[in-house]
Design a protein around this ligand. Structure first.
Ligand code: S3P
Length: 187
């Protein structure tokens, strides 16, 4: 058991963080937040434009700030971007404030699920299979470093994956209530 207020999903692009996260949020009666979407709302622009204008380093800094803000907020199911774990500060934040689930998907599954996707800047050019293999080699140890639980999403539609994962979480995730103190009455 790792008492934590938030449920945090990490894992590579195409692992199902958003679709499974939405189902889990319903199951646990929590809000669902996708960090890429939150970054786009905060900045008023798209992930692709942030990569184009500030490079990956600029995106990672915005990602860390956004996740810090979300983790300081009300309990939620948070889907992180596939590369969020690259930043050491982000890894510390996730491990400190969330029960972290690593959603796994192998490269053939990712290729199939992302076949029609044109929104991921890291897959916009070059050989997608080679890119996904390289990212997996770099990032798998980092997902393992932060994860409280690993769940393989291969061969499972999102609703089935969420149902099975929710059962495991019911046994493993000790939900910690908000620790904020109520306002002291005036003396
Ligand atoms: C990225 C994954 C994307 C998004 C950005 C970078 C990555 O999120 O944050 O395109 O580095 O793997 P998803 O994992 O939700 O696709």
């Amino acid at each position: 058991m790792n008492p934590a207020r938030h449920l945090v999903l990490v894992g590579p692009m195409g692992a199902g963080k958003t679709s499974i996260g939405r189902c889990l949020a319903r199951h646990f009666g929590l809000a669902f937040v996708d960090s890429d979407h939150a970054i786009e709302q905060r900045t008023g622009t798209t992930v692709t434009t942030i990569f184009d204008c500030t490079g990956e380093a600029g995106f990672r800094a915005r990602e860390r700030d956004t996740l810090a803000e979300l983790l300081a907020g009300p309990a939620a199911v948070l889907a992180t971007g596939g590369g969020a774990v690259l930043d050491a500060g982000t890894r510390r934040l996730l491990a400190a404030s969330g029960f972290v689930v690593h959603l796994r998907a192998d490269v053939p599954t990712q290729l199939e699920r992302l076949a029609r996707d044109r929104s991921r800047p890291l897959l916009a050019s070059g050989d997608r299979e080679a890119t996904l293999n390289r990212l997996a080699t770099e990032r798998d140890p980092l997902y393992a470093e932060v994860a409280d639980l690993v769940f393989d999403t291969r061969h499972l539609p999102a609703a089935d994956a969420a149902r099975q994962l929710a059962q495991q979480l019911d046994a493993r995730w000790e939900r910690r209530p908000c620790t904020a103190r109520p306002t002291e009455p005036a003396a």
